[in-house]
Design a protein around this ligand. Structure first.
Ligand code: 13P
Length: 253
């Protein structure tokens, strides 16, 4: 059985006071649920990682970052290394989020280097994949997701892949209020697990967690996570309200 994994991606939101308040609200709301029955992580902006890490201290809620650079150190102005994230208390890091792919212009090749660097630095990557609306309408979802998955995981041994979480986030569902139906999510998740079976064998593909992301809210989370291959959710907007995020965490149990 795969343990559900719920993560909050705060994106470029909050301020120092609000970030700490939000983290405290999540800690007190989740209580004993987090860590025991469901893995929970929050991913604040880089600049609030330390403060949020302190607020999470003594809880079972993990800290995650929203991005990482693949080089270890040196003249890369503005970038943050895996070692820095680890040093700051991060357990997880999101790689290849659709906003980084489509707004910032990250490629599968770059994302692959980031996932590699994250693993080498002792972090657990959450590799995001997902199609644009026009790609879904042109029936290209399987091709796009497969290319992103194979590209992001290129060169990984079975041993390494076991530490990775995949997040399926259809771009048309992100921040739009238009969630994929549980059936649409399950269809792509099953396809992803099928690809993982082809690439790494059945045993490993059954262990890897696949989160769904895109307009997840307290009222649709349970139904989405009720699907066989939906092992948790990656939450944007609703992770900015402690009560909503806690309700989603509880829906995972
Ligand atoms: P929303 O939940 O706001 O749609 O964002 C999803 C997301 O991008 C999480 O990484």
């Amino acid at each position: 059985m795969r343990k559900p994994f719920v993560a909050g991606n705060w994106k470029m939101n909050t301020d120092s006071h609000g970030a700490v308040k939000l983290a405290e609200g999540v800690v007190s709301g989740c209580g004993e649920t987090a860590g025991h029955k469901v893995d929970v992580a929050v991913c604040p902006p880089f600049v609030y990682l330390q403060q949020v890490g302190k607020a999470l201290h003594s809880s079972h809620i993990a800290l995650g970052a929203q991005d990482v650079y693949f080089e270890q150190k040196g003249a890369f102005t503005g970038e943050i290394s895996a070692a820095m994230l680890k040093d700051t208390g991060c357990a997880y890091v999101i790689c290849g989020h659709s906003e980084r792919r489509h707004v910032i212009g990250e490629t599968d090749e770059l994302i692959n280097k980031k996932v590699k660097a994250a693993l080498a630095g002792g972090l657990l990557p959450i590799l995001c994949v997902g199609e644009l609306l026009e790609q879904r309408e042109a029936d290209e979802t399987a091709d796009v997701v497969s290319r992103q998955l194979r590209g992001g995981l290129a060169g990984f041994s079975e041993e390494k892949v076991a530490a990775i979480t995949i997040a399926y986030e259809p771009v048309w569902a992100i921040g739009t209020g238009r969630t994929a139906t549980p059936e649409q999510a399950q269809e792509v998740h099953a396809m992803i697990r099928g690809l993982l079976t082809e690439m790494y064998g059945k045993k490993l593909s059954q262990e890897i967690r696949i989160q769904y992301g895109g307009s997840v809210k307290p009222d649709n989370a349970a139904e989405l996570m009720g699907k066989e291959d939906v092992d948790g959710v990656l939450v944007g907007g609703a992770s900015l309200k402690a009560d909503d995020f806690v309700a989603i965490v509880k829906a995972a149990v």
